[in-house]
Ligand binder design. Structure first.
Ligand code: SF4
Ligand code: SF4
Ligand code: SF4
Length: 436
């Protein structure tokens, strides 16, 4: 079982810890956020040290990312789902829908055997992984080739039987999306889902993980060595729930907590973001929180939540990792349900979004399909490696802060002459939007 002192936090990049945490704060949050923070380099020694939020620090120095290395593969079992969340890109795109066929998954596994060590396989994408009828076998087969396995779910299909099977198959980390702390606020976002059921499902997963689950006849007494993470998508309509969701996550036995901002995929969600464009003193863009009117419940709740966590919002530009692609820097790639390989999850599907209130069409970029080519051949294609090298230097214009031009309406080209796909308007690279 994961050591409860090894909790980790991954908040959006504008949430930074400026000073050591007090005993009182530690006690109040009972460890869910903070017990690992004081172990992180320099925090206790240097009161001004700041943890780059969104980055899990380890004790060993990070190695520089390599454009040709594959450390983590986001694998999309399906882009279908049993819910219709307000926030979901699937509400508005025109992409074909489907389930990953066995033949495609076979090719993925075959391809991954060549990589040494095998990359982490993260089951997720734009759909609900547990909606795929073969998901348990997929996890088991990824595990059999020695890969670390992770999976994100909306939690509605996480029955005790499924939890038991996932753990027995060797799942290393389960993430569950939880965007509200009351049945009303949760269902207001996750249309078609009910919070009590999801909470019960997470609780049963935690029980089975610890070896206390009745549904798990095969569970070893000592339980399973698997992690549990909760992801929260912060919006104006649910930010007042954040403190309670943190407490709930702790109560449910979560080891990880991630908060991400919303990327609006529809015009009616633009008003829900709690960041906006801003100018830092070095001229680079930085997301900032909007001013809240006096008495605005969202502002009051956010202030309370963040003061509990002793975080500051923006305002600190010493370490903020702008213009760093979290996927390429973590040596990740992504494979769509039909076997198409892309450099990152956002490029798996063509979609429209409203990153700075203007519509932007992001066209998918598929290097090729694993059904037509070996995964290693696709991965090492010169155009793919050249793109990844370009991302690591991030020589893209600051579209998120610029006044805008017609080129920012898509990822086809930019004013520096970069070819498709351009990344100057990517809120993942800006640190506002995060995936586990
Ligand atoms: S659970 Fe995920 S994939 Fe399903 S509708 Fe909601 S956001 Fe979309
Ligand atoms: S910057 Fe954004 S679009 Fe570009 S590779 Fe990274 S995640 Fe994908
Ligand atoms: S491509 Fe257009 S929006 Fe982006 S920085 Fe250049 S001029 Fe500005």
């Amino acid at each position: 079982m994961e050591d409860s002192s090894e909790l980790s936090v991954n908040l959006g990049q504008m949430l930074n810890w400026p000073q050591p945490l007090t005993d009182e704060t530690r006690a109040r949050l009972k460890g869910i956020l903070v017990s690992r923070l004081d172990k992180m380099a320099g925090l206790d020694d240097d009161p001004s040290a700041v943890i780059p939020a969104g980055v899990h620090r380890s004790t060993s120095p990070p190695r520089p990312p390599h454009a040709a290395r594959l450390a983590k593969l986001y694998l999309e079992p399906t882009n279908q789902c049993n819910l219709r969340c307000r926030t979901c890109v699937r509400n508005v795109w025109q992409e074909p829908m489907g389930m990953m066929p066995d033949a495609v998954f076979d090719r993925v596994i075959e391809g991954l055997r060549v990589f040494s060590p095998p990359p982490t396989v993260f089951f997720g994408g734009f759909g609900e992984p547990l909606f795929h009828p073969g998901i348990i076998a997929m996890v088991r087969r990824a595990k059999e080739i020695g890969a670390r396995t992770e999976l994100i779910t909306n939690g509605t299909l996480l029955t005790p039987e499924v939890s038991s099977e996932l753990l027995a198959a060797g799942l290393d980390l389960l993430w569950v999306s939880l965007d509200g702390s009351t049945p009303e606020s949760y269902s207001d976002i996750r249309l078609g889902a009910e919070l009590p059921l999801v909470i019960e499902n997470i609780g049963r997963f935690a029980e089975i993980r610890s070896g206390r689950g009745e549904a798990d006849k095969s569970s070893p007494d000592a339980g399973y060595d698997a992690g549990l993470g909760i992801e929260f998508v912060a919006m104006r309509r649910n930010i007042s729930d954040l403190p309670e969701v943190l407490v709930l996550a702790h109560r449910l036995g979560a080891d990880h907590f991630m908060m991400t901002h919303l990327l609006p995929y529809t015009q009616d969600m633009i008003g829900q973001v709690i960041y906006s464009r801003g100018l830092r003193d070095n001229g680079y863009p930085q997301p900032i929180l909007p001013a809240f009117a006096k008495g605005d419940p969202a502002g009051t709740a956010l202030t309370a939540a963040l003061s509990d966590m002793e975080v500051t919002i923006a305002g600190n530009n010493r370490q903020t990792p702008l213009n760093h692609c979290p996927f390429i820097e973590s040596e990740s790639g992504a494979i769509r349900w039909d076997g198409g390989l892309s450099p990152c999850p956002p490029l798996l599907h063509s979609h429209v979004s409203y990153p700075v209130e203007r519509e932007r069409l992001s066209r998918a970029w598929t290097i090729g399909k694993v059904t037509d080519h070996d995964l290693t051949d696709l991965w090492h294609r010169p155009e793919h490696i050249a793109f990844r090298r370009r991302i690591l230097t991030f020589d893209f214009p600051p579209c998120t802060v610029c006044g805008g031009c017609h080129m920012s309406e898509s990822n086809e080209e930019d004013c520096l002459g970069n070819p498709f796909p351009t990344c100057g308007n990517c809120w993942w690279a800006e640190g506002a939007v995060r995936c586990p």
